[in-house]
Design a protein around this ligand. Structure first.
Ligand SMILES: C[S@@+](CC[C@H](N)C(=O)[O-])C[C@H]1O[C@@H](n2cnc3c(N)ncnc32)[C@H](O)[C@@H]1O
Length: 242
């Protein structure tokens, strides 16, 4: 029997991949992934065998991994950021469970909330939550409730999947929900293409965020009541008397 590693690559830049992830990739027989991610690393592993497919091919990728591992191969299933955060770890474990395959190891990576926060300064310096605006697998009412509860709890919020071509106004809708509970002056920001070509950041108020154009390569940050903008950065105090 082979083994499956579910590997988080980090945001994109190979310097931000963990050494463990790089070791697992170099020791694997085959790398499986969404083609946007295999393209990111193919140059670093020129002699490696790859299996790739497109968006919505998640379950096929998982099934392929189990099939290959049952043939005795060491398989690395890759995804961006961390494998457990809106990544491939849970679908792979569910497919492996269904297929009676047990030898799976999850290798953590730097998720976009953390790599993006570092670019903006320290927006997640206190209690925070992570909310995805994608309603492909989650009903919008649930997303709306989670946004409302996060605002009521005065959490800093990292927002994933803020919009896409089909969901171009979702961030605006999310901001409108947050604005029912939070002042328009709440400190916010976003980062596009973290660790990739075209990386850019912006800090702004929640009111301004509502009219910003984002896409699926952006992670958004909404501060708590104490978060402030300083020198183009976001600072969420921990509470020290500085
Ligand atoms: C399906 S989720 C995958 C998250 C990933 N597993 C992680 O831990 O970062 C996709 C969303 O993650 C965020 N994201 C992932 N990589 C990013 C990057 N390099 N730059 C900006 N945002 C990113 C974006 O919000 C994007 O829409």
């Amino acid at each position: 029997m082979g083994k499956i590693y579910v590997v988080g690559l980090g945001p994109g830049d190979s310097e931000m991949m963990t050494r463990k992830a790089a070791k697992v990739l170099s020791e694997s027989d085959i790398i499986v992934g969404y083609k946007g991610y295999t393209e990111l690393i193919r140059g670093d592993y020129p002699d490696k065998e790859f299996f790739e497919n497109g968006m919505r091919g998640e379950l096929e990728r998982c099934e392929k991994c189990v099939e290959l591992a049952k043939q005795g191969r060491r398989v690395a299933l890759i995804c961006s950021g961390d494998a457990g955060v809106y990544g491939m770890a849970s679908p792979l474990l569910e497919v492996a469970e269904r297929e009676g395959f047990d030898d799976v190891e999850v290798i953590p990576g730097v998720t976009a909330a953390l790599s993006g926060a570092a670019i903006l300064g320290a927006p997640l310096g206190h209690d925070f939550c992570v909310i995805s605006l994608s309603d492909l697998l989650t009903p919008w009412e649930v997303i709306e409730k989670r946004l409302t509860c996060a605002a009521e709890g005065d959490f800093c919020i990292a927002i994933y999947n803020p919009s896409s071509r089909k969901r171009s106004d979702y961030l605006k809708r999310a901001c409108e929900i947050l604005l029912r509970k939070l002042p328009g002056s709440t400190a916010c920001g976003y980062v596009r293409n973290i660790g990739r070509v075209g990386c850019e950041k912006k800090v702004c108020s929640l009111e301004e965020l509502a009219v910003e154009q984002t896409d699926m390569f952006v992670t958004v940050f909404v501060g708590n009541s104490r978060t402030r903008i300083s020198g183009g950065r976001l600072i969420t105090p921990r509470g020290y008397e500085v």
